[in-house]
Design a protein around this ligand. Structure first.
Ligand code: MN
Length: 130
């Protein structure tokens, strides 16, 4: 398995059901998942312990996703950690807009359990080699 060294993923999601599903799928694939339910919790978690990647629900209760990305990137040692936008938006152009804004990947909700972990892994790998 090639994910051995880059496997600690912070799942930022305010919907408990979505968070639980994402964590379960990641853990089955060999990732170590930990969670935050708000932007404030995500910033606190990344301050305590820098993850290998962040999955960020861009519709959080306390802060817009675009701003959370900037908050996370500004933390010590977080500038190069891949942040993947997870969004229920299904509008044409969302993917391009989010990638232009600086997200390292984009995963639409509901997540596809068959491809989710591989997509996360690919985003981590791409960011590492960028
Ligand atoms: Mn949400």
């Amino acid at each position: 398995m090639s994910i051995s060294n880059e496997r600690r993923v912070l799942v930022v999601e305010d919907n408990a059901k979505n968070s639980k599903l994402a964590c379960a799928v990641l853990e089955i694939a060999g990732f170590e998942a930990f969670t935050a339910t708000s932007a404030a919790e995500a910033v606190a978690a990344c301050t305590r312990d820098v993850p290998d990647a962040v999955l960020l629900d861009i519709q959080l209760p306390d802060r817009p996703g675009d701003q959370v990305l900037l908050d996370l990137r500004a933390l010590p040692d977080m500038a190069a950690v891949p942040v993947i936008a997870v969004t229920a938006f299904a509008m044409a152009g969302d993917r391009e807009r989010l990638l232009d804004h600086g997200f390292d990947g984009y995963i639409p909700k509901p997540i596809d359990v068959a491809t989710f972990a591989a997509t996360v892994h690919a985003c981590i790998d791409d960011a590492r080699h960028a």
